[in-house]
Write a protein that binds this ligand. Structure first.
Ligand code: ZN
Length: 344
């Protein structure tokens, strides 16, 4: 089958690889109908050291179950499923607590061990716990939004949950990538009254406004902090949804969170320690977040997608076939595309 492999910074290609197949009795084999390129795929695209064999890429997908192992009970052949970016057993202590990304038997897609979803097919470990069967068939119009439930919409929602977004609250979203845009949707959905987007790209800002952003701040650093404080009566916001992962984004978060506020981090941190420990302490600011347990959120978000109340699939502004995946990486890296959908 064809699958996407990354060999070094700036170099991905689509190769013929051995077909994905059932290995463990709890596995399912999913024929990928839609996958996508993630903002987090761009980190190795910028700094990966050359490797010999190439890393299978892709961790977001929807598709059709083609085969199941002999111990799979709930998932059936022919099911149309969402595949969250992490696999999980659905039965351990952490899965019961709703933190599937800490599953004691779990792991992540997009590596040599389980393969990647920017491919024709994907082996899915712990199929009963991992996959979410959809109650509908392959509806073309809903495909993009359903696909976001495998990562970006669930991740934006996680930022909002961790940052304790509430009805009538003041919220800031840092980052105008696909996750930041989904975080705007999540904040609006949870009833935030003011949603300030910190971002710089005109096309993304336009979409954020349609999703519910009330104010836009395009400056950086101290300038951004001053502007957000000005927009919030001088005190800052209750909830910061940090969707970037740089030390500057974290420092800005600390600067704009009001006393007693919370910061939800979902951008993979590219810094060693959290800045501003003193103001964080004296202002009673909570910092939380991490890999989103998107599996836990699908049941809550799905009805809003099916009934059209939210349309997170609008973050996709380019569609490629498998052979177009390398171009897709280039387009996202150059900020020519917000998020690229892959249609194998
Ligand atoms: Zn578990």
């Amino acid at each position: 089958m064809k699958a996407t492999l990354m060999y070094r910074a700036g170099y991905v290609r689509v190769n013929d690889v051995p077909d994905a197949k059932i290995i463990e009795p709890t596995d399912a084999l999913v024929r990928v109908t839609r996958a996508c390129i993630c903002g987090s795929d761009l980190w190795p695209y910028r700094d990966m050291e050359p490797g010999e064999s190439g890393r299978p890429m892709g961790h977001e997908a929807i598709g059709v179950v083609e085969a199941i192992g002999k111990d799979v009970r709930k998932i059936k052949r022919g099911d149309f499923v969402v595949m969250p970016f992490a696999y999980s057993d659905g039965s351990c202590e952490f899965c019961h607590e709703g933190l599937h990304t800490a599953c004691v038997h779990g792991g992540f897609f997009g590596n040599a061990e389980v393969g990647g979803a920017q491919a024709e097919a994907q082996r899915v470990p712990l199929a009963d716990g991992t996959l979410y069967p959809l109650p509908i068939g392959a509806d073309e119009a809903l495909m993009p939004s359903l696909l976001t439930l495998s990562d970006v919409m669930g991740t934006g929602h996680h930022a909002a949950v961790v940052a304790r977004v509430r009805k009538g609250g003041k919220v800031a979203v840092i980052g105008d990538g696909a996750v930041g845009l989904c975080a705007v949707i999540a904040a609006k959905r949870l009833g935030a009254e003011q949603i300030i987007l910190l971002g710089r790209h005109p096309d993304r800002i336009a979409l954020a406004k349609e999703f519910g952003a009330t104010d836009i701040v395009s400056g950086r650093g101290e300038e951004a902090v001053a502007r957000v404080r000005e927009l919030t009566g001088g005190f800052g916001v209750h909830s910061v949804l940090e969707c970037v992962g740089t030390d500057q984004a974290m420092a800005t978060s600390m600067g704009i969170a009001r006393a007693g506020g919370a910061i939800g981090r979902v951008g993979v941190p590219h810094y060693e320690s959290i800045p501003q420990a003193q103001p964080m302490f004296y202002d009673n600011i909570t910092v939380g977040g991490g890999p989103a347990p998107v599996r836990a959120y699908i049941a809550e978000l799905l009805p809003d997608v099916l009934e059209g109340r939210i349309q997170p699939g609008r973050v996709f502004d380019r569609i490629v076939g498998l052979n177009g995946v390398p171009d897709g990486y280039r387009a996202m890296d150059r900020r020519e595309a917000i998020k690229v959908m892959v249609k194998p």
